[in-house]
Ligand binder design. Sequence first.
Ligand code: SAM
Ligand code: SF4
Length: 332
Amino acid sequence: MEDAFGHQISYLRVSVTDRCNERCRYCMPEEEQAWFPKEEVLSYEEMLRVLRVGAGLGIKKVRVTGGEPLTRPGVADFCAQIAAIPGIEQIGISTNGTLLSKEEQGETIAARLVKAGVQSANVSLDSLDRAAYQRSTSRDLLPKVLDGIDAAIDAGFRSIRLNCVLMKNQTEREFVPLIDYARSKDALLRFIELMPVSTQDVLSEANFLSTSHAKQMVEQHYGPLTPLPDFKTNGPATYYAIPATGQKIGFIGAMTNLHFCENCNKLRLTSDGKLRPCLGSYLEFDLREALRAGCSDEELATLIHNVVARKPKEHDFRDNYQPNRKMIAIGG
Ligand code: SAM
Ligand code: SF4
């Protein structure tokens, strides 16, 4: 599938739940508790139907996300069913890591995900300091996350990425511990610019730390970073190497990188059945009603094509964008 601006669409992010066991202050502040009613959330069968039809249209990569996807029972079995869809080549999961080491049917959830065919795990990690982690997420769950990362390593994911959202007056203290930890775990660390996907006051001068500023701070400690223009993962991160160790680190500059959207290949399915052509746009199109009204696969394919046709050239984040939905309700 190709949109009006030449974006080749091959990647679908599926949010399986808007619920979460943490309350990151840039994503889901403590007071926000309005979950979707159960009947509004797509069943796994409904999601699989969208994925099957999507795979027929060229979707090859799927990322399971949320909310916290591992709070929804049955995610590993859901992933195994995704892996069985012809045409789906890669499956990843985005998680806060708190439940990866939990035992289910005699093994860790991480091991169950790998057995189900999930190749990559993106784990959010803003701090290695327990008190700072708690301030950031409103939960004292850092030890669980670190156990979860170890469980993910033991489980044998092909790639483990650690994602840290850049917050002024917070992340400055985290660069060195996070970079050294990521190296010790052979995980790929990325720093993500704060985006306006939560309450409006989160993205403020007081909180925003740009990737270029972050890079300068990393360089103050590790020396000049070497650009790696040919190193790519599935997303829009820009990668560099630390010369002394060869460790790669990524920067995701959603706000300041003017080329951010050029190679976008994604669609997002929200847990309540809306297909969104862009994280940073108000556009969303309801698939749930069509699914529940008994639409045919051809009709579903036409709906998906129509969403692709409306994919914008780039996000609206720099344009005084005010979120109409929280990240938790879209799927990161
Ligand atoms: N609960 C999982 C997790 O935390 O990784 C998956 C969902 S979360 C919404 C996906 C990603 O979005 C996380 O890496 C999180 O840090 C990021 N995120 C959430 N709110 C954000 C914001 N306002 N700006 C930038 N990234 C954000
Ligand atoms: Fe939950 Fe992930 Fe949002 Fe944090 S970033 S509140 S862990 S969904």
